[in-house]
Write a new protein. Structure first.
Length: 175
């Protein structure tokens, strides 16, 4: 099983409501999973900015950076009790980046082949290093804090990127 065998499958997703337009990612025998142990126990605080969403949904997916607003490029997960939670690798792959960023907190990036990268930000207690191979559902860190979106306190910012461009993570989860 390897990331070089990535295939795409159209499948509906209850979170996006996009039916057959949604593309799920299957890598070898793996299907991309949410990067948390219990998806339903966490709040999805800020969602991905989707050009096709309603005006209210687009407005809710804007974040303030300094004196301006920018489109949110991922999904933020928050524990309703403010408790740090385990962050998991959404797919198997190679850790290509672990770094501390001045506003985004600690960042981990995992490459899965064929241009697909998952990005995990606002982390604490990181358990992986650059160059590590990780299996899907491996604990890579705990949710932490960052200066950007500091109002969320402890949270995970999760992104998917395809060929360097952000894409909606919800569109890549196969249910």
């Amino acid at each position: 099983m390897g990331p070089d065998n990535a295939a795409e499958e159209a499948q509906g997703n209850e979170e996006t409501g996009k039916g057959e337009d949604v593309v799920g990612v299957i890598t070898g025998d793996e299907k991309m999973a949410w990067p948390v142990v219990d998806y339903n126990a966490l709040q999805k605080e800020t969602l991905y900015y989707d050009e096709d969403a309603s005006e209210a949904e687009k407005e809710a997916a804007l974040i303030q950076v300094g004196n301006s607003f920018t489109a949110h490029t991922g999904i933020d997960f928050v524990d309703p009790n403010g408790t740090p939670f385990d962050v998991l690798a959404a797919l198997s792959g190679k850790v290509t980046l672990v770094k501390q960023h001045p506003t985004n907190g600690t960042i981990v990036e995992i490459s899965h082949g064929n241009g697909l990268v998952t990005v995990y930000q606002s982390l604490s207690d990181v358990q992986v290093a650059e160059g590590d191979d990780v299996e899907q559902n491996t604990i890579i860190a705990k949710a932490g804090r960052s200066e950007l979106e500091s109002d969320l306190d402890v949270h995970l910012h999760f992104e998917t990127r395809l060929n360097g461009s952000p894409v909606n993570p919800a569109d890549y989860i196969v249910k």
